[in-house]
Write a protein that binds this ligand. Structure first.
Ligand code: MBD
Ligand code: FE
Length: 289
């Protein structure tokens, strides 16, 4: 006879395989530019990545046992669907850094694997979609969207997505409403927005997949600090992809994804109505080049 209890608890658990499969599917559905680089550049980049690997092997005299462990692990990353997670946690921050270091306006940071386009459209003063009695400290997040020169941007969209108070993302963990804590906010005529949500919990990388195995084998920790993800767009401006963190929160100073910048740490204050916290954060977009 099957153990119904075990099956059930397995079904409701957020597994690496389930979130990995969703993240891989999501990335494959993303519109992206094809063949961004010519032969010469591909050759340069590929040669230098390989040379860096060869250098590590020589310096550390990597054994055949270690080489086979690496092969097995790389194969398993793909089978677990964890390439999006692996790349966004350990590589994306440097891509973001080199691409946006000279951009005026608000600081960006990594997108990560859990953005989903097409979230419910919300007005400038709205609550994110959430369950009745959604747990977590209520948070009012308000601000104004401007161009880097200070001009108001009334046509802006603030796309927001976050984990819930258990650290889980809708569409990447089971049993959450499809668009829980995800919304696409149109700012008002002054460029302002006022979003009611709950504070997210820190996020733990799934421990039962390949990324989790690497973390355990290396003796690292698996945590990202609590964060709100934002994508802010407006006509004639470069889209800002960023995240906001909470001052004093766990892992703000040791994010596994290296995606915290001092400018991105919020200082929430007690809400005027005594219910949770509120915080003001303005967002400045760089004009299109
Ligand atoms: C996340 O929530 C996230 O934002 C990143 C970058 C990686 C893994 C999970
Ligand atoms: Fe995240």
């Amino acid at each position: 006879m099957t153990d119904v209890t075990a099956e059930k608890s397995n079904e409701v658990k957020a597994t690496a395989a389930a979130s990995g499969a969703s993240a891989t599917e999501r990335f494959q559905a993303k519109e992206r530019s094809e063949a961004a680089s010519g032969k010469e550049r591909v050759s340069t980049l590929a040669s230098e990545v390989l040379a860096a690997v060869h250098d590590v092997i020589r310096r550390h005299k990597v054994t055949y046992a270690e080489y086979d462990a690496l092969k097995a692990w790389l194969i398993q990353v793909g089978l677990d669907g964890e390439w999006p997670l692996f790349l966004d946690v350990w590589v994306e921050h440097v891509v973001e850094e080199v691409n946006n270091e000279a951009r005026p306006g608000s600081k960006g940071t990594i997108e990560g694997p859990y953005y989903v386009p097409g979230a419910p459209a919300l007005s400038a003063d709205a609550a994110l979609p959430m369950r009745e009695g959604e747990s977590g400290t209520p948070l009012v997040f308000q601000g104004q969207v401007r161009s880097a020169d200070g001009t108001l941007l009334p046509g802006a969209l603030v796309d927001i997505w976050q984990a819930d108070a258990d650290g889980l993302y809708a569409q990447f963990a089971p049993n959450l409403p499809e668009w829980n804590l995800r919304g696409s906010v149109t700012v008002d005529e002054k460029g302002t927005f006022r979003i009611r949500t709950v504070e997210p919990a820190p996020y733990q990388i799934p421990t039962d997949g390949s990324c989790g195995k690497l973390i355990a084998a290396a003796g690292w920790h698996a945590w990202r600090p609590a964060h709100l993800h934002l994508k802010v767009s407006a006509p004639g401006h470069q889209t800002l992809t960023t995240q906001l963190y909470f001052r004093g929160g766990e892992h703000v100073t040791d994010d596994i994804a290296s995606a915290v910048k001092p400018e991105l740490v919020l200082d929430p204050a007690p809400a005027a109505d005594g219910n949770g916290h509120e915080v003001h954060y303005d967002l400045e977009l760089a004009p299109e080049q």
